[in-house]
Write a protein that binds this ligand. Structure first.
Ligand code: NCD
Length: 333
């Protein structure tokens, strides 16, 4: 990331977006950087709005709740789901989008413009900015400089809070509750930002964690410490067969090739796990398989027709959650 010498101006936590309307979820004018901003109460609120958004989309396709507002999508890393679901979310609520998603190489970033300057440029045209960037902490940096709300669409191996919200929403929709569940997380627990955010968010509930990874892809200590602080039960293994029969949620992830400095190390661990129909025979009848996607071999196509395969429903939920979040930071719910 290009940096500047100047220091970010000090700001109120609520950004300069006008007077708070009556309906205030607590997110009006706020950045969404980390799952640590969420409580069980405000999650319930967002999930309730997401259900309403689903009803609107199914019944009439769109609404004009955010008519006249503009979202800037600033993606320094590849994306299909996060970017297009944010674009669809804004469009279905009547707003419009500045899409810098097909490669920042076509923007002034390629001329050497810094992140703070790019963000300050976009906020002079847009009301809210979603940013994805390869560096951990970059969304916070953007938020430190911006007067308008910044939503973290993934900061390197750090966090991916909107994904965690849609993951949790999916668990609740599919299984009816979160307390009491046994959750297996499999694959790249070290670099997988969706794992970090979801594990942190699940700490608000009474869940059992079952982590499955090889030594070099184990969950980072800071996330593990958050779980330990909550005294939640944790198991760790490298063999998915050991946990498959016990879990209610099997959350599998792609090994994040782009985060390895040594590609030989990536080759060693890239094909360790695969969810197959044979493995699914050992799983509970009422359980779900989730994946943030894209998959690159971790789930065989033959599993797609299993009713327990929730990953495509999970992906669709992303749009409803992002509709709810945009409405919340723009002060409409
Ligand atoms: C994830 C991401 O970008 O962290 N994708 C997503 O947003 N759905 C997972 C991944 O890339 O493996």
């Amino acid at each position: 990331m290009a940096t500047t010498e100047s220091k970010a101006p000090a700001k109120d936590s609520r950004k300069k977006v006008g007077l708070a309307p009556n309906l205030d979820s607590g997110f009006y004018g706020q950045d969404i950087i980390s799952v640590s901003q969420f409580t069980r109460e405000n999650l319930e609120h967002i999930f309730g709005v997401a259900e309403e958004m689903r009803a609107i989309v199914k019944r009439v396709g769109s609404s004009d709740l955010l008519k006249g507002t503009v979202l800037a999508c600033l993606f320094y890393e590849p994306s299909t789901r996060t970017s297009s679901s944010f674009i669809a979310a804004m469009s279905r609520l009547g707003g419009t989008v500045i899409p810098i998603t097909q490669g920042v190489q076509f923007s002034s970033v390629s001329k050497g413009e810094s992140l703070p300057d790019t963000v300050r440029t976009l906020e002079s045209y847009a009301d809210v900015i979603v940013i994805r960037h390869p560096e951990m902490g970059s969304a916070q940096t953007a938020a430190d400089y911006a007067q308008k709300p910044i939503i973290n669409g993934g900061d390197g191996a750090g966090e991916h809070p909107t994904q965690a919200l849609l993951d949790l929403f999916t668990i609740k929709e599919e299984l009816g509750q979160i307390d009491g569940l046994s959750v297996g997380m499999v694959g790249d627990l070290r670099f997988g930002r969706t794992v970090h955010s979801l594990a942190r968010l699940l700490c608000l509930y009474d869940v059992q964690f079952n982590f499955v990874a090889p030594e070099i892809l184990r969950l980072p200590l800071d996330v593990m410490n958050e779980i330990r602080k909550r005294n939640l039960p944790v198991t760790e293994t490298y063999d998915v067969a050991e946990i498959v029969a016990d879990v209610d949620v099997l959350y599998i992830t792609r090994v994040q090739k782009e985060r390895f400095s040594d590609l030989a190390q990536y080759e060693e661990v890239k094909d360790l796990y695969a969810i197959t129909p044979e493995l699914m025979e050992k799983a509970k009848e009422k359980m779900i398989v989730m994946h943030p996607l894209p998959r690159v071999g971790e789930i065989s196509y033959a599993v797609d027709s299993d009713p327990r395969a929730a990953y495509f429903r999970q992906m669709e939920n992303g749009m409803y959650i992002r509709m709810a979040l945009l409405a919340a930071v723009l002060g409409k719910v």
